[in-house]
Design a protein around this ligand. Structure first.
Ligand SMILES: Nc1ncnc2c1ncn2[C@@H]1O[C@H](COP(=O)(O)OP(=O)(O)OP(=O)(O)O)[C@@H](O)[C@H]1O
Ligand SMILES: [Mg+2]
Length: 501
């Protein structure tokens, strides 16, 4: 039996079958779980409010009167003895050995309130002893171990404002997956990483052997894998007639390849277009596009990385931080997303997690599909991935800018601090179980604290994210550090010049 912390009291509006109030002997925190016994089983409630009350200070007239007369109530009366901590709680459910049900009766005033039992709470929240350990359930001596299937099968999103700890949480999750015992069932990870936030894993003492980082300049797309449909998608605004010409050329080249001719390059394609019998304007358009492709330095004979690099318990990082060209980043996301999904559909790679940082840039809500080239692939994985165990993890600091289709398919939301009202509204609309109460708590979260709602947990759970084991990769200095460093460098240079004079 856990420790008793209080006793249920009767107030004007409680107890009911939803709400209790209790006087506390030991302090508890808002959002902490407590329990009490009923005839139906053990009820679990979440503390929704803790307030102090003192009978000596109930009456405003007498308090103000004594203040006016300079009488200190503490000196006249044993006020301290009458200070009470009163908690309020929302009853979440009644736990019986087989099921969790809604309470049908209010508890009796006088019932003991205890801290929630760890084992019971684990079951109640739907946590899994064998799950990914993201930290602790706040104020509870209970690890937030999330069931892998519940988390990944129906996708998740990590949403928070900049600097709230999204990438940190994702890194903790990555560590858990990389460390997971293969026999328990594991996935491979592919991280789309526009700022190089996961590149550090490649050099990490602990995890480096299970992580391959591909820098933007080394990432290549095998041109022979690009169908004419994809080409027209990546380089849009061509007429049907112009498209027909390239379809002809590409199908011929692909046929030749299937007959043993080998993969072809951009130069080969250029030559074919040059030689082809097509009108001047069409030729110019395609040559122009081929030149655009050349300048991207992306299309080669073979894919790098090749999708068969996806392995259980390992991670591939596509580090796009050295790429400036927006379109190149979009094509990489669209192409590799599609490749992964198809390879998974054909059973060529294991179940995987496609982790997309800055997801609002790759699956934006309000941008034309000519620009947002990766959106259709991401929304497709979001809609159909579950059947094939192709999972998405979308990370974003701008939920408002993120595709509604993609976000609404993410059945688990991990929300860290968010204060922007539009983003809060969006989160409220897109995540089930996000009540106004939860929304209020989200803006009060500190770095390293989050709330998990949706499929992965049976009730919204506040989590203190654990410390990461891997070394944090420095992605940026703050402005003051950068300014100080610049000044130092200038002074050093000045000293060197002075030394010469
Ligand atoms: N759980 C945590 N424990 C300790 N430190 C943390 C935790 N979460 C985040 N931090 C610290 O907070 C800082 C910001 O975290 P992080 O880079 O993950 O934020 P972010 O939400 O990804 O920001 P951005 O949107 O700018 O990418 C980091 O320096 C990190 O060390
Ligand atoms: Mg980040």
């Amino acid at each position: 039996m856990t420790e008793k912390v209080g006793t249920i009291i009767s107030t004007e509006d409680s107890p009911t079958s939803e709400k209790i109030s209790f006087v506390l002997e030991k302090p508890v925190n808002k959002e902490q779980f407590v329990e009490y016994d009923t005839e139906e089983g053990t009820a679990i409630a979440r503390v929704s409010r803790v307030k102090k009350s003192n009978i000596f200070y109930h009456n405003p007239e007498s308090v103000s009167e004594s203040a006016k007369n300079n009488i200190k109530l503490q000196e006249q009366f044993p006020t301290d003895e009458r200070e009470q901590l009163v908690g309020e709680g929302r009853i979440l459910g009644i736990y019986t050995s087989e099921l969790i049900k809604r309470p049908s009766f209010p508890p009796s005033p006088g019932t003991d309130i205890r801290l929630a039992d760890k084992e019971r709470l684990r079951d109640f929240l739907g946590l899994d002893r064998e799950g990914l350990n993201l930290g602790d359930i706040q104020f509870q001596d209970l690890e937030a171990r999330i069931n892998v299937t519940k988390l990944l099968q129906k996708h998740f999103a990590i949403l928070a404002q900049s600097g709230a700890g999204k990438s940190y949480l994702a890194s903790v999750m990555i560590e858990e997956i990389l460390d997971r015992d293969e026999e328990k069932g594991n996935v491979g990870i592919v991280a789309l990483d526009p700022h190089g936030e996961y590149a550090g894993f490649g050099k990490d003492k602990e995890y480096g052997d299970r992580v391959e980082v591909y820098r933007g300049r080394d990432i290549k797309i095998g041109l022979s894998n690009i169908s004419s449909g994809k080409l027209a998608h990546y380089f849009p605004n061509v007429s049907t007639a112009q498209k027909r010409e390239i379809v002809k050329i590409i199908s011929e080249m692909r046929q030749n390849m299937r007959n043993g001719g080998g993969a072809y390059s951009l130069k080969d394609l250029e030559r074919k277009v040059e030689e082809a019998d097509m009108d001047k304007k069409t030729k110019r358009i395609w040559i122009d596009r081929i030149n655009q492709m050349k300048s991207m330095d992306l299309f080669g004979l073979y894919d790098n990385p090749s999708f068969d690099k996806v392995e259980q318990g390992k991670m591939i990082v596509l580090d796009l931080s050295d790429i400036i060209n927006y379109k190149k980043k979009q094509i990489i996301a669209a192409y590799f997303g599609d490749r992964l999904f198809k390879a998974r559909m054909n059973g060529k790679i294991p179940p995987f997690l496609f982790l997309v940082e800055e997801a609002h840039n790759f699956a934006p809500e309000n941008r034309s599909s000519d620009v947002a080239l990766a959106r259709s692939v991401i929304t497709r994985i979001a809609r159909e991935g579950r059947k094939f165990h192709a999972s998405l993890g979308l990370i974003s600091q701008r939920p408002v800018g993120l595709s509604t289709t993609a976000l609404s398919q993410c059945n688990t939301h991990m929300i860290l601090r968010v204060t922007n009202p539009n983003d809060l509204d969006r989160i409220k609309q897109s995540a089930e179980g996000v009540t106004s109460d939860v929304i209020r708590s989200i803006s009060g979260l500190r770095v390293g604290e989050g709330i998990i709602v949706g499929e992965a947990v049976d009730y919204p759970a506040f989590v203190s994210i654990r410390q990461r084991n891997s070394e944090e990769f420095e992605t940026g200095k703050n402005l003051e550090e950068a300014a100080a460093e610049y000044r130092e460098k200038m002074e050093e240079e000045k000293d060197e010049i002075d030394a010469f004079m």
